[in-house]
Design a binder for this molecule. Structure first.
Ligand SMILES: Cc1cc2nc3c(=O)[nH]c(=O)nc-3n(C[C@H](O)[C@H](O)[C@H](O)COP(=O)(O)OP(=O)(O)OC[C@H]3O[C@@H](n4cnc5c(N)ncnc54)[C@H](O)[C@@H]3O)c2cc1C
Length: 272
């Protein structure tokens, strides 16, 4: 449980962070809260030669009202999201989900940028940004670009980020349609979701039902056609490819998805 040796560097600006990682190429990684990367390094599933610590970049830690959208800095922690009065008022789904992640220590260190960049299909925030149709802002050696959440998650632990690209901000349009809900089924309170469901208006995203977070397109189409929560939820597993692991098999996850989508849709209807 001891990581392989690595060089530690602290970045004091976004530009410096990008420069340091670009300089060391594929062998360098950004370090944010360390709550996904360090466990992988201890297991030697990740062996970066250089870690560039972005944990003190206060310029990446904010939650701002930008009029038509909310802007969240990538280094904002789950705890800060959960405690934000701005989010409680404007985007309660994001604050609520952040407050359900792990335990207080994880929420104190883990960041939204780290969670999205890590792209674990069992993580909660990737499904939230997908359901909210968010935009991810990245800065790299080639400059700044914006990536739609729908294009960001490419595969298992794989995103559209280039190796030296730093995720800097998440932009989320203020929800037009009311009604939100989050359902997370876990073995123990602090665990990752066996299956999770995020609802905002008529948009539904699933946690741990494929190699990436997925939109429940068949459920959304049924809702748009006027189906009830029960009728729409019957389509929850369509188009998904849930993992088989020690915790749950495919059929169990498909069943859970139908049950949790129904519960989430009913909850969301109660919040309109
Ligand atoms: C006990 C435990 C329980 C947990 N439970 C949950 C849970 O219930 N739900 C859940 O969703 N998550 C859970 N997590 C994961 C937690 O949310 C992590 O903190 C998060 O996934 C990663 O964020 P981080 O800031 O710690 O990233 P790090 O571990 O520092 O980095 C993760 C990866 O992202 C890259 N990275 C980090 N920041 C950036 C950036 N700004 N731009 C580009 N790349 C970047 C790193 O190079 C690394 O590859 C849990 C973790 C633990 C240890």
């Amino acid at each position: 449980m001891i990581p392989a040796p690595f060089t530690y560097r602290r970045a004091w600006s976004v530009e410096e962070a990008v420069e340091l990682v670009a300089h060391d190429g594929e062998d360098a990684k950004f370090l944010a809260g360390g709550h996904s990367l360090l466990p992988l390094m201890k297991l030697r599933l990740a062996v970066p030669q250089t870690l560039v610590d972005i944990g003190r970049l206060t310029e990446l830690s904010y939650i701002r009202d930008e009029g038509d959208h909310i802007a969240v800095g990538a280094a904002t922690t789950h705890g800060e999201l959960a405690a934000s009065s701005l989010l409680a008022e404007q985007l309660p789904l994001l604050a609520h989900v952040a407050g359900q992640i792990g335990d207080p220590q994880v929420r104190h260190c883990g960041t939204i940028g780290g969670s999205l960049a890590h792209a674990d299909p069992a993580a909660d925030l990737p499904a939230v940004v997908l359901a909210l149709d968010a935009t991810v802002v990245a800065r790299g050696p080639a400059g700044r670009r914006e990536i739609a959440a729908a294009d960001f998650f490419r595969g298992l632990f794989e995103t559209a980020l280039e190796p030296a690209e730093l995720l800097t901000e998440i932009r989320i349009a203020k929800p037009g349609a009311p009604g939100w809900a989050f359902q997370k089924f876990t073995k123990r309170a602090i665990d990752w979701a066996i299956v999770g469901v995020v609802v905002q208006g008529g948009r539904v995203a699933l946690v741990n039902m494929g190699q990436t977070p997925v939109r429940a397109a068949a459920v959304e189409a049924a809702l748009a056609d006027g189906a009830s929560a029960q009728q729409a939820a019957a389509h929850a597993a369509e188009g998904t490819s849930p993992p088989e692991d020690l915790t749950a098999g495919r059929a169990y996850r498909e069943h859970l998805a139908r049950v949790l989508v129904r519960r989430a849709l009913v909850d969301a209807q109660g919040r309109t």
